[in-house]
Design a protein around this ligand. Structure first.
Ligand SMILES: N[C@@H](CCC[C@H](N)C(=O)O)C(=O)O
Length: 286
């Protein structure tokens, strides 16, 4: 099915701390979604506008979700705004769960958990009012590297959260707000052959109830600078805890779009924050 076969395809727009997505329902996996179409939908002047597209397909009806169909009814088919795929999107998963709940396509189990299939495996979600938390894999710190930005080379830590990240703390005296992220930071293509999401961080003020507070900006692979990145927040939290000599803990991560909380446990990372739906409509692209 193309978008016009039926006179158009219904869409919903949602965001998590300003990381915004166009959600397309496609239960049977018949929509002919292409990279060009995703880029056109995400275009902020000629399309709906978004950092990515979340296609809602029954897990059993998508080749990347079929093996997980026993564990989760719905597969989140995530695309970046340039039309590339990513393995995982933490904010996308939180917004996807909000969409499944508000449309009645899924409901939590008696234990309050809603599982979602993704390219990085099954993610479990918990809902508490406006807040949705998803359990992602435990971030794995695996190398040191560097990013090039504004004529500077900033050392950083490579972190795997299902997708690749490079977390670069700013040296004292450099302001997060002053960084020019209108262009992609340079990185080592040998370490990141499929590209990387780059987070720049600075310490935050003390916040009650958490073990650390970090501020960050992110340049996302496939979507440029965004107002928030959930997997990025988990990567940043893991690096902050590691630098403080801790294996586990809870970190408040302030992004330009608001605040996320990442709780790193012995075997996972809970990402928590607001997730909202803001509009519905019909796409009628050629
Ligand atoms: N914004 C996302 C991450 C989306 C995928 C990323 N751009 C990639 O290509 O890995 C998040 O909230 O995690």
């Amino acid at each position: 099915m193309t978008l016009r076969d039926d006179g158009g395809v219904e869409f919903t727009k949602g965001h998590g701390t300003g990381n915004d997505f166009v959600i397309l329902p496609d239960p049977d996996g018949t929509l002919e979604l292409t990279s060009d179409l995703v880029a056109a939908i995400c275009d902020r002047r000629r399309g709906i506008g978004g950092d990515g597209v979340l296609r809602a397909v029954r897990a059993g009806r998508h080749p990347d979700g079929a093996a997980l169909a026993d564990e989760a009814e719905w597969f989140m088919d995530y695309w970046n705004s340039d039309g590339s795929f990513a393995e995982m999107c933490g904010n996308g998963a939180r917004v996807f769960v909000r969409y499944l709940l508000e449309t009645g396509l899924a409901a939590p189990t008696a234990a309050g958990v809603l599982p979602v299939a993704t390219r990085a495996g099954v993610v479990r979600a918990r809902v508490d009012g406006e807040t949705i938390a998803v359990e992602l894999r435990r971030p794995r710190l695996y190398a040191t590297s560097a990013a090039a930005v504004d004529g500077l080379t900033l050392p950083g830590t490579a972190v795997d959260v299902g997708n690749p990240h490079l977390v670069c703390p700013l040296p004292a005296g450099l302001e997060l707000a002053g960084l020019d992220l209108t262009r992609a930071p340079g990185f080592d293509p040998a370490l990141f052959p499929a590209g990387v999401n780059v987070e720049f961080t600075a310490p935050g003020e003390a916040v009650d109830g958490v073990d650390a507070h970090v501020r960050m900006r992110v340049y996302e692979r496939g979507s440029a600078e965004t107002l928030s990145c959930g997997t990025g927040a988990c990567a940043v939290a893991a690096v902050a805890l590691h630098d403080a000599g801790r294996r586990t803990g809870t970190v408040a991560v302030d992004v330009p779009g608001g605040r996320l909380t990442a709780t790193v446990t012995d075997d996972s990372c809970w990402l928590s924050g607001p997730a909202l739906l803001v509009a519905t409509g019909t796409l009628t692209f050629p």
